[in-house]
Design a protein around this ligand. Structure first.
Ligand code: C5P
Length: 243
């Protein structure tokens, strides 16, 4: 599944992030193709902006991604809601689901294969991740560039930057999304914030998540500089192997 319903405001004004162009095709098209390169993937469910289903269908069609193994559904206000709506469209007989951000257009097929294989081999939830180059500090957030008091510095060797696709036993992913929805409706005041990744929901409800090696080219296109980097990676791939 590819949740692609975010606005992507950190990238600057313009089209929804998933529809921004990279090397002549929208990020979303790259992401769908990246999943499609894996033999582990039988169906890709794309979660489009709520008002953009027709546009996304047209774009996928225009790039030859209109077969019966690609389906488009409308997303929601948060990533969590978009994934829940996407899950509802996954056929009942599918036992393993991978959730991949449209914003990670260049994930190598080896990462997709490794995540799927780890779930097939018995893991409940699998995330690809890479070690951090930067030291990370926890702070008390303050607005407008005010100095922020540092709380502590987690040991860098124990930290990982998490990527996608994240892979799940389908029944587990269904269950944690249903629980999160129920929790939201019971206590909107005290409800935990919407999850920024699906593995986070599994952790919240006591499930076991494991990490497999990610890849530096699976980075998320978030800020304008990321698009420059993505263009460079794509150009290098096209030059080296006619990708
Ligand atoms: O905002 P962020 O970069 O964390 O979004 C990650 C992915 O979730 C993106 O592919 C984005 O399109 C998707 N998303 C979504 N529905 C939302 C918000 C984000 O499908 N309401």
């Amino acid at each position: 599944m590819v949740p692609a319903a975010g606005r992507g405001e950190r990238l600057g004004p313009g089209a929804p992030k998933a529809l921004r162009e990279l090397g002549g095709a929208p990020l979303l098209v790259h992401a769908v193709r990246a999943l499609g390169r894996s033999r582990a993937i039988g169906l890709v469910v794309v979660v489009a902006p709520p008002d953009g289903v027709e546009q996304v269908l047209g774009l996928l069609d225009g790039h030859g991604l209109d077969g019966e193994n690609v389906q488009v559904v409308a997303g929601g206000a948060t990533r969590q809601e978009s994934v829940r709506l996407g899950l509802a469209a996954v056929p009942a007989d599918v036992g393993i689901v991978l959730v991949h951000d449209a914003a990670r257009p260049l994930v190598p097929v080896e990462v997709v294969d490794a995540v799927a294989a780890a779930v097939r081999d018995g893991a409940d939830a699998v995330v690809p991740a890479v070690p951090l180059a930067d030291t990370v500090k926890r702070v008390e957030p303050r607005p407008n560039g005010e100095p922020e008091p540092v709380l502590d510095t987690p040991e860098r060797a124990t930290l990982r930057a998490v990527q996608t696709p994240q892979g799940f036993r389908r029944d587990l992913l269904d269950a944690v999304h249903a629980k999160a929805l129920a929790d939201e409706s019971v206590a909107s005041q005290d409800a935990p914030p919407a999850a920024t990744d699906d593995a986070g929901l599994v952790e919240r409800y006591g499930g076991r998540v494991v990490v497999v090696p990610g890849h530096e080219e699976a980075f998320k296109v978030t800020r304008p500089l990321d698009l420059v980097l993505a263009e460079a990676v794509l150009a290098r791939r096209r030059a080296s192997d006619g990708f």
